[in-house]
Design a protein around this ligand. Structure first.
Ligand code: GLC
Length: 528
């Protein structure tokens, strides 16, 4: 059987509020994305994933859904959505959407019913508990966004559970009707032609049926994420979640060639369990290792080894460098290492996911207090967890508002957008954008990179090196994480030609035995 399309694909995440605004209200929308599809084709990616575009009060900018089978007017209409899917498919691009399965908005009709009375038919669709002793929360579970995960509701005198904002009550996935309703939501979009889902917060779907207290975390420090005060042993990542995920996968498998990805912020040894027994779960649980590991060659090498070792038989890996929740890679590792990061992401074994704007090295923006939007930052100010800085508008060109909108955008633009944008970088052969394009093109023409095996090559210091192999094709990758020159040894007796280099001017060079590399240089070699 042929490999599924997503194994060799490059995925591209779009945060719709910030990609392209066609309506002139300063917020991006679906017709805006349609207009910009040629950019994705030029970059060379295979699929786009849209963060939520469902109707939402926007307490968490779309991750609080009040209707799962419609489009928020701010983003357009269902026919705009259909048009986007149609145009994307016509250009050979797949379309993935976010499925916010763990919770709804407090304004979703299901929750409005559920909170109306203890006897309501939808009461059990959410997680309601009597107050704990003394009238406080039922247990010590904490919200990812700070504070207790329980909200008291005076109408019925009980608490409801919310893993995120109080405005995002968690659904009760132990209830069969909830499962059936969400399966129906999936079929609604699959029939409209979407190619799959990225399931939000999937490791949260089930919580301990006995509601036991989470243990205190002895390693907690005050600059940690606030919910790390406890170890989430009972409030998330429960063993029975895999049966729920198998149900989601069953729906996916009713349709040909669809893809199921899930958001899994877990150590690699845990997240691989989300492939499910005999791979009956997610096709790909997102691997966020690169977002969480210090940017040093030895630490990244250890991460890759751990991940490769943890993968179940036949499970296909994946790698992520950025998303709408974490600081921008270009600021995290610096502009020169951003080139090495691009080379790593696009040459490792596994499906890469790119975050919009990272292809031009968009920076993490410092957001002035009066411009803050993110509810997480507002809940726990000043700890550096704010997500606005990685959600600023796409920098298309030097025109007013960076070609994003004709109106002032909902979040400020980077100060240097006039010189730091897609249009400038397109015309500069040495730009990060053109490096991304070359890497994606080389991936496409070299099965060893796209689907080949992975083998670490022993190195020390700041060099990370590995081999990729498919049939007779062998690719050697060497990346210098440091700012000093270093030498990378090719496997004994080998020679190769440079396919892509991080620094200009080395393409086509032939190297034998070992290769000298400047600081921040990276090489992709075809071994002869
Ligand atoms: C996921 C999303 C994040 C959102 C949260 C709650 O982590 O990526 O943006 O705030 O879920 O839905």
């Amino acid at each position: 059987m042929a490999d599924p399309w997503w194994k060799s694909a490059v995925l591209y995440q779009i945060y719709p509020r910030s990609f392209a605004d066609s309506s002139g209200d300063g917020v991006g929308d679906l017709p805006g994305i349609s207009v910009r599809l040629p950019h994705l084709v030029e970059l060379g990616v295979d699929a786009l994933w849209l963060s939520p575009v469902y109707p939402s009060p926007m307490a968490d900018f779309g991750y609080d859904v009040s209707d799962f089978v419609a489009i928020d007017p701010q983003f357009g209409t269902l026919s705009d959505f259909d048009a986007l899917v149609h145009e994307a498919h016509a250009r050979g691009l797949k379309v993935l959407i976010d499925l916010v399965a763990n919770h709804t908005s407090e304004r979703h009709p299901w929750f409005i019913e559920s909170r109306s009375s203890r006897r309501n038919e939808k009461r059990d669709w959410y997680i309601w508990r009597a107050p704990g002793p003394g009238g406080g929360p039922p247990n010590n579970w904490l919200s990812e966004f700070g504070g207790p995960a329980w909200q008291f509701d005076a109408t019925t005198g009980q608490f409801y559970y919310h893993a995120f904002l109080a405005a995002q009550p968690d659904l009760n996935w132990r209830n069969e009707n909830v499962r059936a309703a969400m399966h129906a939501v999936m079929r609604f979009w699959l029939r409209r032609g979407v190619d799959g889902f990225r399931v939000d917060a999937i490791w949260h779907l089930l919580k301990d049926a006995q509601f036991r207290d989470d243990p205190q975390n002895p390693d907690y420090s005050p600059d940690d994420r606030p919910h790390r005060r406890v170890v989430a042993r009972y409030s998330s990542d429960q063993p029975d979640v895999h049966e729920v995920i198998r149900g989601l996968r069953g729906v996916i498998d009713e349709f040909p060639e669809r893809l199921l990805i899930g958001e899994t912020y877990l150590p690699v040894e845990r997240l691989v369990s989300y492939y499910g027994r005999e791979l009956s779960g997610l096709h790909m649980p997102f691997n966020f290792g690169l977002l969480q590991t210090p940017w040093r060659a030895r630490e990244i090498a250890r991460l890759i080894d751990r991940y490769e070792a943890a993968l179940p038989n036949g499970a296909w890996p994946n790698w992520v460098l950025g998303n709408h929740d974490r600081p921008r890679v270009a600021s995290r590792v610096g502009p020169r290492q951003a080139r090495i990061a691009a080379m790593l992401l696009l040459t490792l074994r596994g499906t890469p996911t790119l975050y919009y704007g990272d292809e031009i090295g968009m920076p993490q923006m410092a957001i002035a207090p009066e411009c803050l939007q993110d509810p997480f930052e507002k809940n726990v100010p000043g700890l550096g967890f704010g997500r606005d800085g990685c959600r600023t508008p796409m920098q298309w060109d030097a025109s007013p508002n960076a070609g994003f909108s004709c109106a002032p955008p909902w979040l400020p633009l980077a100060d240097d957008y006039a010189s730091h944008n897609v249009a400038c970088q397109r015309g500069d052969a040495a730009s990060l954008y053109n490096l991304y394009r070359r890497l994606i093109a080389v991936r496409r023409t070299h099965p060893a990179i796209a689907i080949g095996s992975y083998q670490p090559v022993e190195t020390d210091g700041n060099i990370l090196a590995f081999l990729r192999e498919h049939g007779r094709e062998r690719i050697f990758v060497a990346l210098n994480f440091g700012d000093e020159s270093a030498t990378a040894a090719l496997p004994p007796g080998e020679q190769g030609t440079v396919l892509v280099s991080a620094m200009a001017g080395r393409d086509g060079e032939t190297v034998r035995g070992s290769v000298g590399m400047g600081g921040h240089d990276g090489l992709v070699l075809a071994l002869l």
